[in-house]
Design a protein around this ligand. Structure first.
Ligand code: SR1
Ligand code: MG
Length: 412
């Protein structure tokens, strides 16, 4: 019974849903509808009425970016909804409120965030967002901790891993587009032509490919926590001082460092692409702000994770019976877990930096720089730093080393 929504049919489809009419009434002549989906997979409508505005998101039975030659199951909307529910519990106030879900129609109706816009647009425009690092650091820490057996009862965690394991096609996209395709001449890949030489070097580097495969093994089989799974700057909506996290359709159980690693990569790509977007005069102040945002995101992540460790360790892992909560041993164990998270985050970061310029789904940070003679050297810095992160993850012991490395690569 699934029927794709359109601007023309949406009013008649929604006017019988209580969760809709209780918010925007029944006079559909006053509704204004726009399709605004600019992501790679779904339809997204804004339905505006005098009383309120709603977001209506519907999964398509194929990958929007590619077309119906790449079918994609509608059941992914079920997992997206389940993920939103968990994120709302684990990191309250950071995701849009859900008003309605219809599994058969793969439809989620939710809060319209206003005046938020996609963070990536702000980063390209050189706009600073106050509190971004705090929101993102705490979101990553809370979802990582509270979705793991540090917090959850073992049986609940296993059941949830079982539930999410039914969502097979979405992780398969990440396994191909993120972990595999960048490292060979895959059919859907594309790249800036001037990068051919550097790409050849990356694709012939066996040590690097081994490390990426090792990380993919972790991604595919290490179910530490429920990750957002696609935490790039297009999955964050911000005002000048408030940010929310959207689009958890790639949620799955995976390594705790996955989200913060992917987020860091997207901050770094914003950083490296800046010379293509602004004049020398504004450059160093804004690039400095991006690097400070990376550092502060990790500081908030660590502080929040340690706080949860000390106050909410209710799962089977590191129980108080083995570790005194106030004692040295528990703090050292927490530091050890955080080191392991940083290691994974650094590898993921490098891999994400590669896939956004080598594989199918590029980002506007680089892609909107039309002059390829400007874009290519900036992408090259990003590729080189990505390789360094992957090959030397275990030698990067703190986030300052990563931001200093970015400054080194940024000078060309
Ligand atoms: C075919 S989907 C391509 C990409 O879009 C999503 O936002 C994910 O990042 C995915 O890898
Ligand atoms: Mg998305």
């Amino acid at each position: 019974n699934y029927q794709e929504l359109s601007v023309d049919t949406i009013a008649s489809r929604l006017k019988t849903i209580d969760a809709v009419t209780s918010r925007i009434g029944t006079d559909t002549s006053k509704w204004q509808v726009k399709e605004v989906g600019d992501g790679n997979l779904n339809l997204v409508f804004i339905v505006e009425a005098p009383e309120a505005t709603l977001i209506v998101k519907q999964a398509l039975p194929y990958v929007r970016l590619v077309g119906d030659s790449w079918p994609l199951p509608l059941y992914r909307a079920y997992y997206e909804h389940e993920a939103l529910v968990r994120q709302q519990q684990r990191a309250p106030g950071t995701v849009p409120e859900i008003y309605y879900f219809n599994n058969e129609q793969a439809l989620i109706i939710m809060e319209f965030l206003q005046p938020h816009i996609i963070l990536r647009g702000k980063l390209i425009a050189g706009e600073k967002v106050a509190n971004l690092s705090e929101t993102m650091g705490k979101f990553c820490a809370r979802t990582a901790f509270r979705g793991s057996e540090l917090s959850m009862k073992s049986a609940d965690k296993k059941a949830d891993v079982g539930l999410f394991s039914g969502n097979v096609e979405i992780p398969a996209i990440t396994e191909s587009l993120v972990f595999t395709d960048p490292y060979y001449d895959a059919e859907m890949n594309h790249n800036t032509p001037e990068l051919e030489g550097i790409i050849k070097n990356i694709r012939s580097n066996t040590a690097l490919k081994n490390r990426v495969q090792k990380m993919m093994m972790k991604f595919a089989s290490n179910t530490e926590t429920m990750v957002h799974g696609d935490l790039h700057s297009g999955s964050i909506m911000s005002t000048d001082n408030d940010s929310r996290i959207i689009d958890p359709e790639f949620a799955q159980y995976g390594p705790m460092g996955f989200d913060i690693g992917m987020l860091t990569a997207n901050f770094l790509m914003a950083y490296f692409s800046q010379p293509g977007h602004r004049s020398q005069a504004d450059l160093s102040d804004y690039q400095g702000w991006i690097l400070a945002t990376i550092k502060e995101t990790f500081e908030h992540f660590y502080a929040e994770f340690r706080h949860l460790w000390n106050t909410e360790r209710t799962g089977m892992l590191y129980p108080a019976s083995l570790f005194e909560d106030q004692g040295q041993s528990s703090a050292a164990a927490c530091d050890d877990v955080l080191d392991h998270i940083l290691q994974d985050a650094i590898s993921i970061c490098g891999i994400e930096m590669h896939r956004r310029v080598l594989s199918l789904a590029h980002n506007a940070d680089f892609e909107s720089i039309e002059d390829t003679s400007i874009r290519a050297p900036l992408e090259a810095r990003n590729i080189m730093m990505g390789a360094e992160l992957i090959l030397n993850a275990e030698n990067i012991k703190d986030i300052s080393s990563l931001t200093s490395m970015a400054e080194r690569f940024n000078t060309g």
